[in-house]
Write a protein that binds this ligand. Structure first.
Ligand code: AMP
Length: 464
């Protein structure tokens, strides 16, 4: 193990590390920080949970000159949620540097407030490619002083079709800058990007931290095709039982029609399960994600493509219902768990026919597949594994000037629902979703139907 104190980091950064309780570097940090601090371009293959954010965060912060009021570091992330997370992490590291200005600029957020906060360039921007490109084009953001460019989860950005936006951004910023590229996988597209945007990069790959327990425990179960539904239900039930509460899980299938079939089957077996795939309307997809994130759905069954744009932070359990077609996809799938320092469990069901594919996956992990035997227990009737919340949908939103506080107020007012019975509230342009503790959902529905929200009557439904 190597201590941060062995690096030539400015004192304010060392003080922040101490406050965060980080003394030793993670393997990714130990390998990537020395070349980054020496000003080299790096391409780092590392998973979320490896400490990569702190690695590039420290590196970019020590390049910032606070007295220069101009943009000096730009971090591009595939999703808003990741950008928020990264922004927060960098702010913590910057806690002891007075007057650092960091702004997150993401798509899906109104442009007006962003323009208002851009009267002076911030020192650091963390954002999604489309929106950052828009600001650079409009001239509301200036890239001429950028010293460090970070591409975080670059493989996901490629998958999501951001290649052109990234190239355009690079064309609009200072020609001489350091480029730090982070990616969980290293497909050919990434090699091409690296070759295009980096100069003589130092390559760092940390597959499994040798001195720590892996953040993700993988188990492979061989089952006959006909037994997959039983095996899945049994594995989910076992995971649910471990801590009493209903744990959330993400189940991956290779095909859309299988996604629907598996979700229906789980629903029949007493799970709050929903399907997510590309054949669905955008609005239905949004709704499914809202319900999963607000804990009204405990099992999300998805295809790889549908799951790509999904910003879910730490899931305790991922199940691969089929073996992925290539090892990179498998790596993406299991990377959905074991995040943010939490341990995760990744289970893969594998039929005898799928075994050759599984060997390829295991070869990437560099270790023999950890097989587990699974004895299928006879079904003991239907047990319920329902999600703790239910979702109410109100046919009104930002357009009606509806805010989360209005909904919370209506629910906790006369009806006497307790604030702790009300969960996440998501307000979209024309509709709003509110999660209510399952046992009180009926009461909340009645209350909103007869009462008023913001002095008006809106249509309200319960999603089931
Ligand atoms: P990341 O890979 O950036 O998502 O980071 C994973 C988690 O590890 C985050 O919750 C960090 O706060 C934490 N972390 C990062 N670096 C260190 C370190 N050197 N020691 C302990 N925890 C760390």
């Amino acid at each position: 193990m190597t201590a941060f104190s062995t690096l030539a980091l400015p004192l304010p950064l060392l003080a922040s590390l101490e406050a965060l309780g980080y003394t030793d570097m993670t393997p990714v940090q130990a390998q990537s920080l020395p070349p980054m601090l020496a000003g080299r371009d790096v391409v780092v293959r590392a998973q979320t949970g490896s400490g990569k954010t702190a690695a590039f965060g420290l590196s970019l912060l020590r390049s910032i000159d606070v007295d220069l009021i101009r943009l000096q570091a730009l971090v591009l992330c595939p999703t808003r949620e990741l950008a928020d997370q990264v922004g927060k992490a960098i702010r913590k590291l910057a806690a002891n540097i007075p007057n650092v200005k960091l702004l997150t600029l993401c798509g899906g957020m109104p442009l007006g407030p962003q323009l208002a906060s851009l009267t002076h360039d911030p020192h650091i921007v963390v954002g999604t490619p489309g929106r950052v490109q828009e600001h650079l084009k409009k001239g509301s953001l200036h890239g001429g002083g950028i010293k460090v460019l970070v591409l975080d989860e670059a493989d996901r950005m490629l998958d999501m079709g951001f290649t052109e936006a990234i190239d355009d951004i690079i064309g609009r910023i200072a020609r001489h800058h350091q480029t730090l590229l982070f990616s969980a996988t290293y497909p050919d597209g990434m090699r091409a990007i690296s070759a295009r945007v980096q100069r003589d990069p130092v390559e760092v790959a940390v597959d499994a931290p040798a001195d720590r327990q892996p953040a993700i425990e993988q188990r492979f179960h061989e089952v006959e095709p006909a037994h997959k539904p039983d095996a899945l239900a049994q594995l989910l039930a076992a995971a649910h039982d471990t801590d009493g509460a209903t744990q959330q899980a993400l189940v991956f299938c290779n095909m859309r029609r299988e996604v629907d079939a598996v979700a229906q089957e789980l629903d029949r077996r007493g799970y709050s399960a929903l399907a997510l795939h590309g054949d669905m309307e955008q609005r239905d997809r949004d709704e499914v994600l809202v319900r999963f994130k607000n804990h009204s759905c405990s099992v999300l069954v998805a295809t790889d493509v549908a799951a790509r744009g999904l910003d879910i932070v730490a899931l305790p359990l991922v199940v691969c219902y089929d073996v992925a077609h290539d090892p990179e996809t498998h790596t993406h799938r299991i990377g959905r768990t074991g995040r943010a320092g939490l341990r995760g469990l990744a289970l893969t069901l594998c039929t005898p026919r799928e075994r050759p594919r599984l060997e390829a996956v295991a070869a990437l992990a560099g270790q023999p597949p950890p097989w587990r035997t699974l004895k299928l227990a006879p079904a003991r009737g239907k047990t319920l594994h329902l999600a703790p919340m239910k979702t109410l949908v109100i046919d009104a939103g930002r357009r009606d000037k509806l805010r989360p506080g209005d909904i919370l107020g209506a629910l906790t007012g006369d009806a006497g629902l307790r604030a702790e019975d009300v969960g996440k509230i998501d307000v979209f342009a024309a509709r709003a979703y509110v999660a209510i503790v399952r046992a009180h959902a009926g009461k909340a529905l009645d209350r909103l139907r007869v009462g008023k929200v913001k002095g008006r009557n809106f249509r309200v439904r319960l999603l089931d």
